[in-house]
Design a binder for this molecule. Structure first.
Ligand code: DGJ
Length: 332
């Protein structure tokens, strides 16, 4: 009896906890991006969505990323939702490793760089990620696919494979204006970057699969602006940061021209301490793209930080400049 009244009092006090007339949750609403700071979700927890990408669907942004725990193996894939890009609600795990030792995603596997897209024909959300099988380090080098009827899942694991027989590690997805989707992936021990057009259901690659270039690059982030395709990649130095590079093309299957390092200011030569993961088109704003990168903390991967910076579009390319803190007003 006594215990019950204590609970009631506790809930009541937490509801009434106000800061200057605001509830605790309102008081911690974010209104800016601070690269490398601790980014808290609406529950006050550090966002756990690394190596990820963002899908915009029916007025809401969904941020899919690696859910990291204390173990080197994967904790699965998480999703957060937001209307404004500053404040993210934890929607939970969309896909987790399973207890079945015969499954490709049995506990001990590694799930990295998840990206989700929406297929308007099948009305399915399709999630691709880089999968390493339990106990094999990074040798399996496979792509994996899962689907869901809703953006927040749970997603059903479909299968994993090497696209057209090619090794597949770091990856991104891109949907072009005509609805055709593509898988961009590091192959051949990361020496080759490849692109494959997906089947109409987005659940697997077609044989339209070609080499983009052999520069030993990974962490691909591809986007389109005014008919041109831009591809940001990193070098291959494990979790350590290195110099980014930008390639530009008029057609997805190339030729791709190497422009150089688009980063400026601060630790530009090391991508500001981060590694590319995605380029996010901001809805409702013209020429507005956000470069998303991870500052990895390999000793405790769940503590890795996020570097989001605005992309400056020029006639002859793009630049990404270090900014300590900024807001979407930057694009006005
Ligand atoms: C670099 C990749 O970009 C990351 O996703 C991860 O696979 C690390 N290598 C592992 O060392």
């Amino acid at each position: 009896m006594k215990r019950r009244s204590f609970c009631r009092l506790f809930i009541c006090t937490s509801c009434l906890f106000m800061v200057g007339g605001l509830s605790a949750q309102e008081a911690r609403r974010n209104t800016k991006f601070v690269p490398k700071a601790l980014w808290k979700d609406t529950d006050g927890e550090h966002i756990n969505a690394h190596g990820g990408g963002v899908l915009f669907h029916e007025g809401t942004y969904y941020w899919y990323g690696e859910r990291r725990g204390d173990r080197t193996s994967s904790g699965g894939i998480s999703v957060y939702s937001s209307k404004d890009l500053y404040n993210w609600k934890n929607e939970g795990a969309v896909l987790s490793p399973v207890d079945n030792p015969d499954s490709d995603i049995t506990w001990g596997c590694v799930m990295e760089r998840p990206k989700a897209i929406y297929n308007a024909q099948t009305r399915q959300f399709v999630l691709w990620f880089h999968l390493e099988l339990k106990g094999q380090g990074y040798a399996a080098a496979r792509a994996a696919v899962a689907t869901s009827d809703t953006p927040t899942g749970p997603f059903k694991f479909i299968e994993s494979f090497r696209p057209n027989g090619n090794m597949s590690r770091d990856m991104g997805l891109f949907v072009d204006d005509d609805g055709a989707a593509y898988h961009i992936y590091s192959s051949d021990e990361n020496y080759a970057l490849r692109i494959a057009r997906l089947r109409e259901d987005y659940l697997g690659p077609t044989t339209e699969d070609t080499l983009l270039f052999r520069n030993h690059r990974e962490a691909p982030a591809l986007f389109k602006h005014r008919g041109k395709y831009y591809l940001i990649t990193s070098g291959c130095t494990g979790w350590d940061p290195n110099e980014a590079s930008l390639h530009v093309a008029d057609q997805l299957f190339g030729p791709w021209e190497l422009i150089g390092d688009p980063m400026r200011g601060g630790e530009a030569k090391k991508t500001f301490g981060g590694q590319s993961t995605f380029v996010l088109p901001v809805q409702g704003k013209k020429d507005a793209f956000i470069f998303m990168a991870d500052e990895w903390r390999p000793k405790k991967l769940q503590d890795s930080r996020y570097i989001w910076l605005p992309i400056q579009m020029h006639a002859d390319g793009i630049n990404i400049e270090w900014i300590d803190e900024w807001s979407l007003d930057y694009f006005n």
